[in-house]
Design a protein around this ligand. Sequence first.
Ligand code: DQA
Length: 150
Amino acid sequence: MRILVLHGPNLNLLGRREPGIYGRKTLAGINRELEEAAEELGVELRIVQSNHEGELVDEIQKAREDCAGILINPAAYTHSSVALRDALAAVALPAVEVHLSNIYAREEFRRKSLTAPVVLGQISGFGADGYLWGLRALVKKIREARAENG
Ligand code: DQA
C-alpha cells in the first residue's frame, strides 16, 4: 500500500521558519520519522513538498492511480484553495489533514479550513507528532475499510 504525503508552501523552511510556532524540526527530519513509521506499518510513502498550488493539485490527481490515501498539510492553501479542496473531493481517496500549529488558536483567517470537510479528519496543534498520528490513523482507516469490504 502506498500513501502520498503532501507538504504545502513554505514547509520546506521548517526548522528556520517561525520556530516558536512550527518547532525546530526540519522537513527532512519529519520525513525521516514518517519513513520509519511507514516501515513499521508496512506501507510505502511518496513524499512531495511544493510551493505551487497547481503542482499540489497534480500530485493529488496522480495519487488516484497508485496511492491508497493522502496525508496532507496544505499549509497556507488550507485557508484559500478551492482547487485543492476540489482535487481532494474529486479523487475521493481517504485523506487526513495535518497542521503543526493549532490553527483554531491563531489568527482569524487561519481558523477556517477549506479542505477539512473533504478529508476523514484533521490533527492540528501537536507539532511534528501530528504527522505520525495522522499516518497511523489513515492506514488504520484504510485497512478497516478494506476488511469490511472483503
Ligand atoms: C500550517 C498552518 C497554516 O496556517 C500555515 O499557513 C502553514 C502551516 C501548520 O502546519 O500549522 O504554513 O499548516
